[in-house]
Design a protein around this ligand. Structure first.
Ligand code: NDP
Length: 419
């Protein structure tokens, strides 16, 4: 029925591609195109015996809009699923516009070079105007709204788990359980253990940038920013147990704040163990998280990229990781004149994911919603011209798909709330 071009062939892509191959009645043809073609070929070879989906591969530098446009025109997909890195978002959106196809991604744009003076000027103005200092924000992609509208194309931004499923949970809670939502707490718990002293569960550069940045949350219509890791809470997660979690800035807060203005407070918490935090602080203190190039014995190196080369490849963690993730949202508000509390969450087992698709649960919980988002767009269930996040569509078909494709969810009435 549909033909999908998938860009990127890393940890998340592996799961999204495996899931497209399972969902072979929808995704009859896929192309895997990435910077390193050998990875695409190896994955295609592994999956071909398991599926009737026709898989082709290509080499592409997604930053090269002209080459990517030509590839899209040549393959003629119904949509492009971007599971490369956030750095490529705008280039891929440009190529999709030029070639006239729908666009889907899992993370919002951030620049690779945060020292670029042109970008920095806009960024600093935004920090002052909006009051949060994360490198990523939706303004860059929301700026494509009119272009996508005029072209009659859908851009679906951020269909991973968080962002992605968490915003679908919010739309679902609003549709079925609340007359008014007052607060949303998004809780991301990884109770997994990979046995290394230090490793990141997805792309180290993106991950370490995110967690070393100041935290922020949305309250009464504006951002409140706090020093990195300065708000800590403990929560007893279903099927995982008690964990420490820290308030972080996260991209779905921006979209939910804009689209659900009645919500008074939106926060995001992620669990971290003490060993992870100690390693990260030390790496930060010695400058290893810097994105500014340094000259080392005649070579220019970017510290965080060098660190990435030293750390275990997240794609190799699956085999070693045991335990479960629990990601979900706690809502408070009102229904039929009475106060209401609700928790919607998914629990995912690292080893079960590994047995199914050869990946740990972090890649799994992102790759499955990436496939589901692509399915919503190519089947027309979620198509409207413009640039949208996952809270802006009917949540019901997406929620059904989560149950069917490996991320079943639980609704708990009257949960413990976060103070
Ligand atoms: P990986 O680093 O494992 O994979 C990235 C892939 O993109 C690699 O195959 C890489 O190629 C390819 N790539 C990088 N640059 C280019 C380029 N210029 N042109 C073409 N291909 C390129 O990342 P992950 O799989 O961990 O993450 C993928 C995406 O998912 C990221 O955007 C991340 O932020 C997002 N994410 C979203 C989450 C959510 O819940 N919403 C959670 C986790 C991740 P090569 O093999 O040559 O390096």
């Amino acid at each position: 029925m549909a033909r999908l071009l998938i860009i990127g062939c890393g940890g998340v892509a592996r799961v999204a591609i495996a899931k497209c191959c399972q969902n072979k009645d929808i995704f009859q043809e896929i192309m895997i195109a990435s910077r390193t073609k050998e990875k695409c070929d190896a994955l295609a070879e592994e999956l071909r015996p398991t599926t009737s989906t026709v898989i082709t591969t290509a080499q592409i530098d997604a930053m090269n809009v002209e080459a990517l446009t030509a590839l899209i025109r040549n393959y003629r997909p119904d949509a492009v699923l971007n599971v490369a890195l956030p750095y490529q978002d705008l280039a891929i959106m440009d190529a999709c516009l030029a070639a006239g196809v729908h666009y889907i991604d899992t993370a919002n744009y951030e620049p690779e070079d945060t020292d670029d003076p042109a970008w920095r000027k806009i960024y600093e103005e935004r920090c002052r105007r909006e009051g949060f200092s994360a490198y990523f924000d939706y303004s860059w992609q929301w700026a494509y709204q009119e272009k996508y509208r005029a072209a009659g194309l859908t851009a679906l931004c951020g269909t991973g788990f968080d962002p992605g499923v968490t915003s679908v949970f919010a739309a679902y809670a609003k549709k079925h359980y609340f007359d008014r939502i007052d607060t949303i707490d998004i809780l991301d718990c990884n109770g997994g253990d990979h046995g290394y002293p230090f490793a990141t569960n997805f792309n180290p550069e993106i991950n370490l940038r995110e967690v070393s940045a100041p935290g922020s949350y949305w309250e009464n219509g504006h951002w409140v920013e706090i020093p990195a890791m300065s708000v800590k809470r403990t929560y007893d997660f279903p099927e995982v147990g008690e964990k420490d979690m820290y308030l972080l800035h996260h991209e779905e807060i921006e979209a939910l704040g804009a689209h659900m203005p009645e919500v008074k407070r939106i926060r995001f918490f992620m669990t971290f163990g003490q060993s992870y935090l100690t390693h990260m602080k030390c790496l930060e203190d010695v400058g290893m998280l810097s994105t500014t190039p340094v000259n080392f014995e005649g070579h220019e190196i970017v510290p965080i990229q060098f660190l990435k080369a030293l750390l275990p490849d997240p794609a190799t963690l699956g085999r070693r990781t045991v335990g479960k993730t629990n990601i979900g949202c706690i809502f408070t508000g009102e229904k039929d004149g009475k106060p209401k509390k609700l928790y919607i969450y998914n629990v995912c087992d690292h080893q079960a994911c590994y047995r199914e698709v050869g990946s740990q649960a972090i890649s799994y919980t992102t790759g499955v919603p990436a496939m589901i988002g692509a399915m919503m767009v190519v089947t027309g269930k979620w198509q409207k011209p413009g640039v949208y996040t996952t809270d802006e569509f009917d949540p019901d078909p997406y929620m059904e798909a989560l149950n069917r494709w490996g991320l079943p969810w639980t609704v708990e009435e009257d949960p413990q709330v976060v103070e």
